[in-house]
Design a protein around this ligand. Sequence first.
Ligand SMILES: Cc1cc2nc3c(=O)[nH]c(=O)nc-3n(C[C@H](O)[C@H](O)[C@H](O)COP(=O)(O)OP(=O)(O)OC[C@H]3O[C@@H](n4cnc5c(N)ncnc54)[C@H](O)[C@@H]3O)c2cc1C
Length: 393
Amino acid sequence: MPDYRYLIVGGGLTADAACKGIRSVDAEGSIGLIGDEPDPPYLRPPLSKGLWLGKDESSIWRGTDEQGVDLLLGREAVALDLDARTVTDDRGERHGYEKLLLATGGRPREIPGAAPGVVYYRTVADYRTVREAAKEGTPVVVIGGGFIGSELAASLAANGCAVTMVFPEDAIGARIYPSDLALFLNEYYRGRGVDVRPGEMVASIERDGDGFRVRGKNGAALDAEIVVAGLGIVPRDELATGAGLPADNGIPVDDRGRIAGRDDVFAAGDVARFPAHDLGQDLRVEHEDHAKSHGHQVGRNMAGANEPYDHLPFFYSDMFDLGYEAVGQLDARLDVIAEWQEPHRKGVVAYRDADGRARGFLLWDVWGKVDAATELIRAAEPVGTDALQGLLA
Ligand SMILES: Cc1cc2nc3c(=O)[nH]c(=O)nc-3n(C[C@H](O)[C@H](O)[C@H](O)COP(=O)(O)OP(=O)(O)OC[C@H]3O[C@@H](n4cnc5c(N)ncnc54)[C@H](O)[C@@H]3O)c2cc1C
């Protein structure tokens, strides 16, 4: 049985950042990384954006092997024994540890009963599958109007595919953006040749010859050669729960990344629910910046740094030639105020609590203002249009 000072389960961005965090404190301790994808850690955001716009696949790799890590790829960790301090993989091999990190991320939500062949988009393998099949004029149905669905629909349309978007909300990104902006996006996508079908829940997906027939509950019947879905993820917490550790919308951790007060088991990234001090609540965040910064900090803490994670993560998205950065909590149900330099093209949106304090900011085609927006959230003072104008200046 190989024994590691540090064992990481998961082969994503968080795992890579944790290796780098460990190495920033401990240059020597052995690190093992168990990942069930065949590929070493890579950036996922380019899979729905940059790789469709000419970026080379070689740009996504994180170089984790340069950290002196045993990469145990193509194998799934299936059991955790907290007393023996071992993890067993699906080949039956056991791996001992002194410190363990669960960086298992999430599994894409699927449509019950759908025919095989629907791509629940998350991995570089999914990218290669869709890329191979997506030719000029190929009919594609994209299910979901959130981040992944909106980015992929734009990228596929920009590559000449005949894209139909289906989602149950009224508008693209309706859970995140103020309603006027979300409705603008419906029209913007239509103007770029995407057949946008809001208010449509998928009822069934069947095979039809070499292709698919997608039926909606409101009667839509769509034929496609490719069906790709972005329906969010379910945290992969089964290793933790199987060992008797708690999980509820992710694995709860303290501000050091420790699980249930233990000092030998940690969780980070998409799978972890952590105390977001600036917002006064626990959050589970599914974004690149959080994966990198939480992974790095928790890696440092595994190696003994004992420092709190107090970073407020930011994120970004691109859709055709629209793009933004954002920080904090973006929830269209909050009190929303906006200040536009050019309507729906360039502006700042603030998401406020009942006392008018900022919980989050959307910086729409406004760049380099994430730090200033973060300071406004941290100040916990009521914000008005003057603050938004300040960010726009
Ligand atoms: C297409 C796409 C585009 C995105 N775009 C953006 C963006 O524009 N901006 C942004 O901020 N964020 C974006 N994200 C989100 C961001 O990529 C994620 O938040 C981040 O990658 C999460 O990293 P993670 O390592 O925590 O989890 P994951 O990426 O889910 O990695 C976990 C890894 O562990 C493996 N694993 C899980 N359980 C086991 C096990 N038991 N044994 C072995 N291996 C296991 C999984 O297979 C996976 O490889 C995007 C995500 C996707 C999919």
